[in-house]
Design a protein around this ligand. Structure first.
Ligand SMILES: O=C([O-])CC(=O)C(=O)O
Ligand SMILES: [Mg+2]
Length: 586
């Protein structure tokens, strides 16, 4: 009998009863509590008489979900369901992942963060406010479930492309962790969303009487660093093996935080490393459609922040793997930011930008004013074949630029990656019309297929959600201590291999696997990442079949398990083997 089925069937020992049990979202089954359970757990009379199956409950939930027409109201409904009954929430997601992902995640989660204080219903996750900085251990001890394995943490300073959302940024860790469960089967009981509430510089939030966070200007510099240190230290002391995902920290902080803590705690920054990994994987898939390699491309980036530079660095690594020298690879990548094309003689560049600046000598030969080289000129004079948008500037890619790019190659690769959809640099239908259907496109937020000349062209969603759930599964199943660039590169390659682009013929194949296949994909990523981690001495020793077994063992599925009354006062919500549970009861 395979492990996931076993965990789905094995009994859990539960000590809560009555309304406490119904209020516990991890244990609540609502109308699906059996007659015996209703007796044993003092639920008689607290529920309507009819006993329902998970499927019947899901049919009602889907009916209620469909009664809302606005995406934000659907989001509120699903979040409410999650807070009431997580098994039902994830079962519903499993049935309708394609439809509901944009509602629990980007783009709707952006709106949910902006309106967080207005739509707030029930608490979820941990809010660590600056005034509580000396009590962080106590706050962590207050977390209900104590076996935490994955934390997603933000300070709300750069939520998607929507800027500072203060405490409202909590919507992001909540949404990302839902995907850990929906896309990689991570048990929701072992996940913890964390908001480091260090204030906000968003004037609307500072003036909003309903604002739910610490209504104070952001603390900064040394005070900020010391606060994050306190959090990291407390989290690591309490959960030494926890995986920490940094999410949506503003540019000045993102890379320094990663560099500071990378050696100390098992962590990664999703916006830098997750975005880079998924983008390189999608670029490799796009190159397959062209029948070329990444080393053959010349790339222009609109946006040279930590996300753009993170992607560019991973492209350099990939091009080297394809045989270029590092200098050759760097010379093929052009980074354009507010100050125009980055060149080696510019003042005030961040270190991570400096390495990606083009040589000023080379640019001297371009027939332009070298004090400011625009995006349009960069596309033209670099003879670019790939255009990547990480600028957060809606509409930045205009018709003239795109036509110029198309005049330089038959199949331009164009990835307007900014999130949410309201920030996208160009919408796919325009890109396809401007290039007579020749552009190979991927976006950061979801877009519907585009109809062109009676043909439907699918638009790939080049989103971190293809990568981070599998990385998390690898860390948990493989006991990985540290996340390296090689592991993220490996994840890109697995993604590219899973792309239908290499397999199906036709001019416009899907670039990325369907969302329905993400659950399988995450397991494949987890397996390959564990292998890389082992080769680097960073994971548990296991042979291949043990790795497969460990991965399966950690897959939580949204199915109700039978409950038995616990003799000890401890609810058991983490999926372990039936044997272990029995032993613990003895
Ligand atoms: O959440 C997403 O869709 C991707 C992401 O990390 C970001 O844009 O910050
Ligand atoms: Mg993010």
């Amino acid at each position: 009998m395979s492990k996931p089925e076993q965990t789905a069937q094995a009994a859990l020992f539960v000590s809560s009863t009555g309304s406490d049990l119904l209020a516990n979202s991890l244990l609540n089954k609502g109308t699906a509590f059996t007659a015996e359970e209703r007796e044993a757990f003092k639920l008689k009379g607290l529920l309507p008489g009819r006993i329902e199956s998970l499927q019947q409950q899901a049919a009602r939930a889907y009916h209620q979900y469909n009664s809302f027409s606005e995406a934000i109201n659907k989001h509120i409904y699903l979040r409410m369901l999650q807070d009431a009954n997580e098994t039902l929430f994830y079962y519903l997601l499993e049935q309708h992942l394609d439809e509901m992902m944009p509602v629990i995640y980007t783009p709707t989660v952006g709106e949910a963060c902006e309106q967080f204080s207005e739509i707030y219903r029930r608490p979820r996750g941990l809010f660590i406010s600056y005034p509580d900085r000396h009590r962080i251990k106590e706050l962590l001890d207050n977390v209900d479930h104590q076996d935490i394995k994955v934390i997603v943490v933000t300070d709300g300073s750069r939520i998607l492309g929507l800027g500072d959302q203060g405490a409202g940024g909590m919507g992001i860790p909540i949404g990302k962790l839902s995907l850990y469960t929906a896309c990689a089967g991570i048990d929701p009981a072992v996940t913890l969303p964390v908001m480091l509430d260090v204030g906000t510089n968003n004037p609307q939030l500072l003036d909003n009487p309903l604002y739910i966070g610490w209504q104070h200007k952001r603390i900064s510099d040394h005070d900020y660093d010391a606060f994050v240190d306190l959090f990291i230290e407390a989290a690591q002391t309490k959960w030494p093996d926890v995986l920490l995902q940094f999410e949506d920290f503003e540019q000045q902080k993102a890379l320094p935080l990663l560099q500071r803590y990378r050696q100390q705690i098992c962590c990664f920054n999703d916006d830098i490393q997750g975005t880079a990994s998924v983008t390189v994987g999608t670029l490799l898939a796009a190159c397959k459609v062209k029948g070329e390699q990444l080393r053959d491309q010349t790339l222009v980036f609109a946006g040279a922040g930590s996300a753009g530079c993170g992607i560019a660095e991973q492209i350099v690594t990939q091009m080297q793997a394809e045989g270029l020298t590092q200098a050759e690879a760097r010379s093929r990548i052009y980074m354009v930011d507010r100050q125009g094309l980055l060149s080696s003689d510019m003042q005030g560049l961040f270190d991570f930008q400096q390495q990606l600046a083009q040589s000023a000598d080379k640019l001297k030969h371009w027939p332009v004013d070298s004090t400011f080289i625009s995006l349009a000129d960069t596309i033209k004079f670099s003879a670019a074949t790939v255009l990547i948008g990480v600028s957060g500037q809606p509409g930045l890619f205009d018709e003239a630029m795109v036509k110029q790019l198309h005049s330089q190659c038959q199949r331009p690769i164009i990835f307007p990656l900014s999130n949410p959809s309201s920030r996208v640099e160009a919408v796919p239908s325009d890109l396809l019309h401007w290039t007579q259907g020749q552009a190979i496109i991927a976006t950061g937020s979801p877009f519907k297929p585009v109809k062109l000349n009676d043909q439907w062209i699918p638009i790939a969603q080049c989103n971190n959600s293809y990568i981070f759930p599998g990385i998390g599964l690898a860390v948990i199943a493989g006991n990985i201590h540290s996340i390296t660039d090689e592991m993220l590169t490996q994840a890109s390659e697995v993604l590219a291999e899973a792309s239908p682009a290499g397999q199906s013929a036709g001019e416009n194949p899907a670039l990325l696997p369907a969302l329905d296949d993400v659950f399988e994909l995450s397991q494949t990523i987890a397996f390959s990442v564990i292998k890389v981690a082992q080769s680097q001495g960073l994971a548990a020793e296991m042979d291949d079949s043990q790795i497969h077994h460990a991965i399966k063992q950690h897959l939580w599925r949204p199915r109700y398990r039978p409950y038995q009354v616990a003799k000890q006062a401890l609810d058991q919500v983490y999926a372990e083997t039936f044997d272990n549970e029995c032993k613990q009861q003895k």
